[in-house]
Design a protein. Structure first.
Length: 280
């Protein structure tokens, strides 16, 4: 089915074609089409496609078969401006990204891979106003509006993508973490270096940056981000990661263990470990 949708998108270049996996991990059996055509078509076959892959992805306690769309695979295949990979945290961002994809059909056709957490369909922090839908545009990086108001007090910048950002904002510990800013990387590839630099520039007193993800440390976006972030952060900011331990399976099948791991990740992200440095 995915091969059909890819072929349709190539020959009907004016159409915005979207293919959705029931769960993101169901794209596993479509991997040959993804590897042989969607990711490499421009380099191998000189074919243009704007096919959109909607892959449900997010750790919501549903077990290993319904948690991961294997984000790491799409980032490993990202090169030569071959496609776009995104993980949006609000409905407005998701809507504006699809509008942008439609706008680029003729001028800059590329496949688009979107991680789409199911729980955000009902989360109030992911809701959009009418103004955000009609007047705003897609932002590759979303800064922390509340943290900007007291930017001089921020010592840790939490970098993340997708649903985990909403979990962080919604957690009860967020209100006490006044020295933490949460910056969302909504577009993962092409890497939004300039937008991220602009956001980080707001926190001149920050001493550490932490990449936070729900996935095990050997999965998700960390391997990709760990090679991109050092040149953005510079030598004055320490970089580390908070994630689930390395695993062979994407997620646990036990809901109590899932909840324990999720709480550990969120609390670890919102609790700073740096000492306040006094500048002369």
């Amino acid at each position: 089915m995915l091969g059909f949708e890819y072929g349709y998108s190539v020959h009907a270049a004016e159409a915005l074609v979207l293919w959705e996996a029931q769960y993101g991990d169901f794209a596993n059996v479509a991997q040959p089409i993804i590897d042989q055509f969607i990711a490499s078509a421009r380099a191998k076959w000189k074919q243009q496609s704007s096919l959109v892959l909607l892959l449900p992805h997010g750790y919501e306690g549903q077990g290993p078969e319904h948690s991961s769309a294997r984000l790491e695979r799409y980032l490993e295949l990202a090169a030569q401006d071959n496609w776009r990979v995104a993980n949006c945290s609000t409905s407005a961002q998701y809507f504006q990204l699809l509008r942008l994809q439609a706008f680029n059909l003729k001028t800059s056709p590329r496949p688009l891979v979107i991680m789409t957490p199911k729980s955000l369909l009902r989360h109030p922090l992911a809701a959009a106003s009418l103004q955000e839908l009609t007047e705003d545009s897609f932002q590759p990086v979303l800064d922390d509006r509340s943290a900007i108001a007291h930017a001089d007090a921020v010592r840790r910048v939490v970098l993340c993508t997708g649903k985990i950002a909403i979990d962080l904002f919604a957690h009860e510990a967020r209100g006490q973490a006044q020295d933490v800013a949460i910056v969302r990387v909504e577009l993962l590839y092409p890497f939004p270096a300039e937008a991220l630099k602009k956001a980080l520039a707001n926190y001149s007193e920050a001493r550490e940056a932490v990449w936070v993800q729900e996935e095990p440390i050997n999965m998700g976006a960390w391997s990709y981000m760990s090679s991109q972030l050092p040149s953005i952060l510079g030598s004055g900011i320490e970089l580390s990661a908070i994630a689930r331990p390395a695993r062979s399976s994407p997620a646990t099948g036990f809901s109590d263990l899932f909840q324990f791991e999720q709480e550990r990740i969120i609390e670890g992200a919102l609790r700073t470990s740096v000492k306040q440095h006094l500048r002369p």
